[in-house]
Design a protein around this ligand. Structure first.
Ligand code: FES
Length: 172
């Protein structure tokens, strides 16, 4: 008999149905793999593609699991570990590094109360490094989703975090 609690079984079943729905929406087309993963990641509630769902995708699309894993780990936009709703990526490439990227990481760490690589306990933010996002002239730079924030100061960082918290509260 399964050791899973009832709510865990319900969660897995619900997510399983959701994953199948996404795969079917794209007609099980192999060339839609990226779109399928993007939708699964968005639907996960934790901004990631779980191992079990990668296996479902591989099976339904009749692709080798190694190929599916390669795609998931190649693209920086995907994660196989749970992340906050908003992923804050601090550029660590050389031009930003010389314009105090480390100090910028510290500002975000202080504002969020977490360390680089961690997520906030409300699962709203994850703090990570990234490489150049093409906005070197306004370094130090942070990227959140499609938005780029440059010339960061402690005040600006606090404003950014507040705006995302407010935005999230408004969505509820
Ligand atoms: S080096 Fe940071 S945006 Fe280019």
């Amino acid at each position: 008999m399964s050791n899973l609690k009832k709510d865990e079984v319900l969660r897995i079943t619900r997510n399983y149905e959701q994953v199948l729905e996404i795969i079917n929406k794209y007609g099980k087309a192999k060339e839609q793999l990226l779109s399928i993963f993007l939708d699964i990641q968005a639907a996960s509630g934790e901004n990631f593609v779980a191992e079990e769902w990668a296996e479902v995708v591989a099976r339904e699309l009749e692709l080798p699991i190694t190929q599916v894993h390669d795609v998931l780990t190649f693209y920086a936009m995907f994660s196989i570990k749970s992340r906050g709703k908003y992923v804050i990526e601090i550029c660590k490439s050389t031009p930003c590094h010389v314009s105090k990227a480390d100090a910028t990481v510290k500002m975000f760490e202080d504002e969020l109360g977490i360390k680089l690589g961690e997520s906030t306990s409300d699962n709203l933010f994850t703090l990570l490094h990234t490489s150049c996002v093409g906005a070197c002239d306004i370094g130090p730079v942070a990227k959140i989703g499609d938005e780029i924030y440059g010339n960061l100061t402690a005040v600006k960082v606090a404003e950014i975090i507040t705006s995302y918290r407010r935005g999230f509260a408004c969505q509820k």
